[in-house]
Design a protein around this ligand. Structure first.
Ligand code: FDA
Length: 284
């Protein structure tokens, strides 16, 4: 597939190349009662200068959100801030973004990448929170065996979490491989949070999990203010609007920028049917 076609296909999942495009999409989502988390695409940088560029892009993004008055926070990838190059330098970059967000009353979520970065990502979040920056959280991947324990530790420490199934290829020694096992662990993590009373983001397009959350919360009188559903931009947009109309908190993950390729290929790998969605877009 040529880069030209790939770019056109990827527009199904990516809100635009520029911040301005993305903020317009966020405003349209907000009009439907959907909040957003903005992702300035990029990961696995090779040079410290690139990481610094992404740090500055996030600072600009936070300013853009504040200036436009849209309902959005931000999600970033630790390797985008240089985690694979130099842990201390990446911490400094992430700290600068989280501090700026704190000044603006906003929140930063560190996306969880593949397992070589799991421990380091939790460490960064803990370190920043120890420094008094409480406007930072991360993501728990249900496919990892370790997530059962990580969830308990995060709940004890009050770390805000987004729960997901997990998007990377991980070996059976550390990760569940079967859909049913991943779904069971996902449900255990959901119950842990809802029972404990800590606010949690449940990020999935899976009707079975969404139905499970709705039923579990309503049977126990857990108010909808205690959790939010999250879905990706370009996927199940009607379902997102429907959930919002039903009174659930819904947040759409809105990626934008030039570095679309790794994000886009993960979406295709997760669900080959997504290829059909983008191909339909191509022939239209
Ligand atoms: P999955 O793709 O497993 O689908 C299960 C079922 O859902 C399908 O069989 C179907 O019934 C239904 N379904 C799914 N898509 C549908 C569609 N388009 N139309 C109709 N039905 C559909 N991962 C990670 O490792 N680190 C991270 O930081 C994040 N962050 C993140 C944020 C957000 C907001 C989301 C939504 C996801 C992530 N992920 C992630 C990705 C996540 O780990 C996972 O790979 C994908 O969400 C795919 O799993 P699902 O639970 O969505 O359903």
């Amino acid at each position: 597939m040529t880069v030209k076609y790939g770019k056109r296909l990827s527009s199904r999942f990516i809100a635009g190349r520029r911040l301005h495009d993305a903020l317009e999409q966020v405003r349209a989502l907000n009009d439907k009662g959907i909040m957003a988390t903005l992702d300035h695409l990029g990961e696995g940088v090779k040079f410290a200068s690139e990481a610094a560029g992404y740090r500055d892009a996030y600072i600009k993004l936070l300013d853009g959100i504040a200036e436009q008055g849209v309902d959005a926070n931000v999600s970033l990838k630790p390797t985008q801030m240089g985690l694979a190059l130099d842990a201390e330098a990446s911490l400094a970059n992430i700290r600068a973004v989280v501090r700026h967000a704190a000044d603006l009353g906003n929140f930063v979520r560190l996306d969880m990448e593949d397992s070589p970065f799991t421990e380091a990502t939790y460490s960064i979040v803990r370190r920043l929170r120890e420094e008094g920056l409480n406007n930072v959280g991360t993501v728990l991947q249900a496919y990892l065996h370790r997530s059962a324990l990580d969830a308990k530790l995060c709940v004890e420490d009050g770390i805000p979490l987004r729960l997901v199934k997990g998007a990377y290829k991980e070996p059976p020694s550390i990760a569940y491989q079967r859909h049913t096992e991943i779904a069971e662990q996902f449900k255990r993590l959901i119950r842990l949070h809802l029972d404990h009373g800590s606010y949690v983001a449940i990020a999935t397009h899976d009707d079975a999990i969404i139905g499970y959350v709705k039923k579990y919360a309503s049977e126990r009188g857990i108010p909808t203010s205690r959790f939010e559903f999250q879905m990706l931009y370009g996927l199940r947009m009607k379902e997102q609007a429907k959930l919002a109309r039903e009174g659930y908190r819904v947040r759409c993950y809105v990626p934008y920028g030039e570095m679309w390729y790794p994000y886009y290929t993960r979406r295709l790998a997760e669900k080959p049917a997504n290829l059909w969605l983008v191909l339909r877009n191509l022939v239209r």
